[in-house]
Design a protein around this ligand. Sequence first.
Ligand SMILES: Nc1ncnc2c1ncn2[C@@H]1O[C@H](COP(=O)(O)OS(=O)(=O)O)[C@@H](OP(=O)(O)O)[C@H]1O
Ligand SMILES: Nc1ncnc2c1ncn2[C@@H]1O[C@H](COP(=O)(O)OP(=O)(O)O)[C@@H](O)[C@H]1O
Length: 205
Amino acid sequence: MTDNIVWQQHHTSRAQRAELFGHRSGVIWFTGLSGSGKSTVANALEQALAARGFHTYLLDGDNVRHGLCADLGFSAEDRTENLRRVGAVSGLMVDAGLLVLSAFISPYRSQRALVRSLVPEQSFLEVYIATPLAICEQRDVKGLYQKARKGEISHFTGISDPYEAPENPDLVIDTSSTELSDSIEQLLQLLAERGWIKAAQSTTL
Ligand SMILES: Nc1ncnc2c1ncn2[C@@H]1O[C@H](COP(=O)(O)OS(=O)(=O)O)[C@@H](OP(=O)(O)O)[C@H]1O
Ligand SMILES: Nc1ncnc2c1ncn2[C@@H]1O[C@H](COP(=O)(O)OP(=O)(O)O)[C@@H](O)[C@H]1O
């Protein structure tokens, strides 16, 4: 497909953009069941980062599936293509100098390995939102678990489709036992430990 396509070198580098923005770029990838808290935590982290002057963008499954991936469903193949596109977009945004927050169920280890491969080395952090299925189902924010249990939605992650937990995530957060503010504190701490933000920026404003 890319046989006759020649890669164009750009004159403005990622390093120059980092200097312009005053911070490095990278992807913070949130994976977990529907209703586990990916969007809630990613949104709160984005607000915390924006308040500290970082340039960010939040990519979210529900939103991306209305546009870029509106043609895709939830078979394993469609999920892989969904995540390949999101991985590619995340990679472009990293090149553009942003701290990207991506919140997708991304249920298969191979799919998360694929997105990692589409982002520059050392620029990908995996955050596993490990809220137990029973809690997600109890929350049933969108009423989808009830529909899945009734057989009205096929391939529903956790009910009729698999979720493979990450083996070596950078951070694990169970939102059924962690206050949102504590999750954000842990995430800022992680970013500081990995040198993505300065230690002073990880403390409460
Ligand atoms: N069959 C099935 N399984 C799982 N989820 C479903 C399904 N059908 C619709 N939805 C809704 O789609 C959202 C998940 O989309 P993602 O793009 O994150 O999924 S994936 O990463 O491609 O697996 C998911 O959003 P979140 O609840 O925010 O995770 C659901 O609202
Ligand atoms: N400590 C917590 N952290 C994050 N979300 C929480 C917490 N406690 C309860 N919730 C609720 O759990 C739900 C998680 O939904 P959402 O963030 O949309 O999950 P996902 O994006 O994984 O589908 C929200 O209604 C949120 O208010």
